[in-house]
Design a protein around this ligand. Sequence first.
Ligand code: UTP
Length: 290
Amino acid sequence: MKVKKAVIPAAGLGTRFLPATKAIPKEMLPVVDKPTLQFVVEEAVNSGIEDILIILGRNKTPIEDHFDKSVELELELEKKGKDDLLRNARDIADMVNIHTIRQKEPKGLGHAVAKAESFVAGEPFAVLLGDDVVYNGEKPCLRQLIDVYEEKQASVLGVQTVKSSDVVKYGIVDGTQIEERLYTVQGLIEKPRVDEAPSNVAVLGRYVISPDIFKVLKETAPGKGGEIQITDALLTLSKQQSVYAYDFEGRRYDVGDKQGFLEATVEFALRDEALKENFRAYLKDICRKL
Ligand code: UTP
């Protein structure tokens, strides 16, 4: 079966980014001039996704407004002859079918994904975390995972190797490498201590999942941090059917973390044709001075 639907959970509290996230979801914080969530939506669209469900929490209005038509803004840009900006504003609204649903309380990523059951309607689906941006100028990260799903017809987790000291931040895979970049998953552990991590292979915000996960999620008890963890549900799924992990190609930024957000801002500015020359000169100069 082809993967045509994606779920983007964006209902977390974003406590690492307070006070900026008090009234604005962290997924709306801009990297240069584009909200993080738009990078994620564009990755899904460029990977062949046709319908997206965004899971919203409190402060949901800015996200709904961003992907909606803005008649006043479009009229104003038209009047002023700002054609590029007008095209841009229209493109955002026309890019893909966006649906939304509310997760009333942030009870964990597994709990958020469970909200997507009727949207997914028995099809395999992608999950992209709304605060993880992956840059790949050639083949989007999600497309790489969908290709594996379509070949194996089994769930695939997007992974990369992280530093040992960083395993505490991620779901960590206990796997066996079977091909270049591809592992079979035997175990998964959410945010392990450094001494209990089975590897440094971390799940980084991209998944393609069999709809069988919904049955498992219904029986998944709260885990680490008292939250219903998608990692725990995927571990159960891996005992019932094959689950793969794919070491995707791309530069990944955790934009929900201050360091990751700053790295994304600097690197996307350096990739921007209009900004890069002056910005590079500025960075060199300021690094000498400060
Ligand atoms: P995080 O754990 O990074 O989000 O979840 P958080 O809880 O908002 O972060 P901090 O630690 O308080 O800063 C990863 C993704 O899952 C979503 C978040 O919005 C984020 O995109 N999420 C998390 C939900 O949608 N619902 C939840 O209950 C938890």
